[in-house]
Write a protein of this length. Structure first.
Lengths: 149, 149
DNA sequence: ATATTTGCAAAAGGTTTGCAAGACG
DNA sequence: CGTCTTGCAAACCTTTTGCAAATAT
């Protein structure tokens, strides 16, 4: 766990508990986004006594501190992953393996202005995510893709 | 309820029940997006015997038929609203009153190509929603906005 | 030492499923 | 009529809350 994370916790008056370390380590070491229960399962391997309540509470804290961020799932579930870029960014999620990649420049200021003009809304924020096949899965799927029904 | 909706149900082999009518009517008559429980509550006023299970099942059917569509909430909940434009479109949601307005041209093909080049992903779909203040709420909020903490 | 944090148990939502009774076509 | 649909109850899953015991600082 990086210094940045530790100091962010301390600066904001949170204690650095082994549970929080564990949750952060799991998220930091995964390239994919993880749901609370997935995180629970993985942390549990090293620390069987942990409760899933702690996972939820820790995720809340870490999200508040902007150390991790949420990915919205189509099914309404959330999952979390390490916040690597420091500023405004978005995710692209592989529909096959779940790998998440970030990108920074969303270039939708122009679109925002246009929509704002069209609708009269004063736009405050946007939710943007892409889904697709990552490079690896394109290759694999290309060989053995089941025909879409 | 419009002919289009009725025939869409029939064409796809679904029966036109009073419950389905009621759900569609409620959604059609609301400018806002409604959650399943909100729909349940409203339908219930006219049809107290309906069960919330029927709401969920009806929403699934109507979503499949593209008669209604989902709005993703920050909290992971879904809500539904009448699908007015026929093609690809997105929503802008008022953060104050919940009014939803559609827009069609999302102009992110260029962004998609760029992201695709950067990340190696083959992009399949995107999730895009805006949040902001609608015209009415801008006026109201301008007069009586509570300072953000 | 003390305020924070944890873990348990239980509650609270939201959503799904099994099944018998009922209704559309 | 036969099949699809409904409504109930109960199961399921995720998330939240109350509280006493444990712990980081």
């Amino acid at each position: 766990m990086s210094n940045r994370m530790i100091s962010s916790l301390k600066v904001h008056g949170y204690k650095l508990t082994p549970q929080r370390r564990a949750v952060l380590d799991i998220i930091a070491s995964s390239r994919d986004h993880l749901t609370p229960s997935e995180i629970f399962a993985r942390v549990r391997e090293h620390r069987p006594a942990i409760g899933i309540v702690t996972i939820y509470r820790t995720l809340d804290v870490l999200t508040d501190l902007d150390l991790i961020c949420r990915v919205h799932g189509e099914d309404g579930c959330h999952s979390y992953l390490m916040r690597r870029p420091s500023g405004h960014h978005h995710h692209i999620v592989c529909s096959n393996c779940g790998t998440v990649v970030d990108f920074m420049k969303c270039d939708i200021e122009a679109l925002e202005r246009k929509i704002s003009r069209q609708t009269g809304f004063k736009i405050q924020s946007h939710l943007l995510e892409f889904e697709g096949l990552c490079h690896r899965c394109q290759v694999v799927a290309g060989a053995a893709a089941p025909r879409p029904a």
